[in-house]
Design a protein around this ligand. Structure first.
Ligand SMILES: Nc1ncnc2c1ncn2[C@@H]1O[C@H](COP(=O)(O)OP(=O)(O)OP(=O)(O)O)[C@@H](O)[C@H]1O
Length: 314
């Protein structure tokens, strides 16, 4: 695990601060402990943030206890942050949104160069299976990225069993999140199914699913880069040249459309396959149809050989 953490932080300039996002669960606790060991030996500073979502009994005390442990382990800053979880997007989604907003704010407040998350190889395998179950495209099957913006996932190649073992070896007492066992959450319901598959297909399954994610991730990153370059070639007065866009191969075209929609102000969390397909139909299946309706009241229409995005005044 130390090697994985060291590799993940190797490119950071000396003196940089990394913040571990720690729930107190076994994965992020093992990550925090390992980072507390590795960072100073690499000339880096390491801190910790534990987010209290205020949704479970005792969550404030737990976040405070994690921060107190971290101070004892030499992590600084080490703080518990309480967030207000909104109502939108389901309880899990709303908690995630509030958590990332708090982590972003903490990173900015402390001028941290990276925020470390404790996702493991098993989390990645579950993410890939969940993507397959919902019929996702390559971006979904690529799973979680080792690096995304200032977020890093040093344990993405590490088995969950290893983090539990590391905690036991170091005498750390991780918190067991009851949500992880709650079958109302799809991911939790999937865990026993993945265990059954491993029993039938062998231990390699988890590593293989994680490898699929990495391979698909490389391909999809490449296609995304091609699409961005193609998008620039398609720009026309106030919009996109529909003819040029239509001449692109579908995997590049739909990615270019998606990138353009994000650029045009559509919220990425709300943008789904159906929206992209509706806009793509204006290019690839043009029959004089009316506008495509996007989240946030944004409309995309085709006219005069161009695609334009409008946001009606409200
Ligand atoms: N309340 C929280 N405060 C700070 N970071 C969090 C919190 N909850 C989750 N995280 C971060 O997000 C990662 C993924 O969280 P999630 O709950 O999906 O995973 P998990 O497998 O239960 O991880 P863990 O064993 O660390 O709780 C965690 O490893 C941690 O880095």
């Amino acid at each position: 695990m130390r090697a994985a953490v060291r590799d993940s932080l190797a490119d950071l300039p000396e003196g940089s601060l990394v913040l571990v996002a720690c729930s107190g669960g076994p994965d992020s606790l093992a990550l925090a402990d390992t980072t507390a060991f590795c960072a100073p030996r690499m000339g880096l500073r390491a801190g910790l943030v534990s987010v209290d979502h205020g949704l479970q009994e005792g969550s404030a005390e737990r976040a405070a206890a994690v921060a107190a442990w971290a101070r004892g382990a030499g992590l600084a800053p080490a703080e518990a942050v309480t967030v207000q979880v909104g109502a939108g997007g389901g309880p899990e989604g709303a908690a995630r949104e509030a958590r990332y907003a708090a982590l972003d704010a903490a990173a900015e407040r402390h001028r941290a160069s990276a925020v470390l998350l404790g996702h493991t190889r098993d989390d990645q395998a579950e993410t890939v299976l969940l993507a397959l179950v919902r019929g996702a495209g390559p971006r979904g099957i690529a799973g979680m990225r080792a690096v995304r913006g200032h977020y890093r996932r040093p344990l993405l190649g590490i088995a969950r069993g290893d983090t539990h073992e590391a905690c036991a070896e170091r005498g750390l007492k991780p918190w067991a999140d009851p949500h992880n066992e709650d079958p109302r959450f799809l991911r939790s319901a999937l865990r026993p199914a993945l265990d059954s598959l491993v029993a039938v297909l062998g231990e390699d399954l988890v590593a293989n699913l994680a490898r699929t994610a990495a391979l698909v991730g490389e391909d999809t990153d490449y296609l995304d880069a091609l699409a961005l370059a193609a998008l620039d070639e398609c720009r026309a007065e106030g919009g996109l040249d529909a003819g040029r866009l239509g001449a692109l191969p579908a995997p590049v075209r739909t990615r270019a459309v998606r990138a353009w929609l994000l650029e045009s102000g559509v919220n990425g969390a709300e943008l789904n396959h159906r929206h992209v397909t509706a806009v793509d139909a204006l290019v690839a299946d043009w029959r004089g149809q009316g506008p495509a309706f996007l989240p946030g009241g944004i409309e995309v229409r085709r006219g005069g050989g161009r695609l334009t995005a409008t946001q009606p005044l409200r």
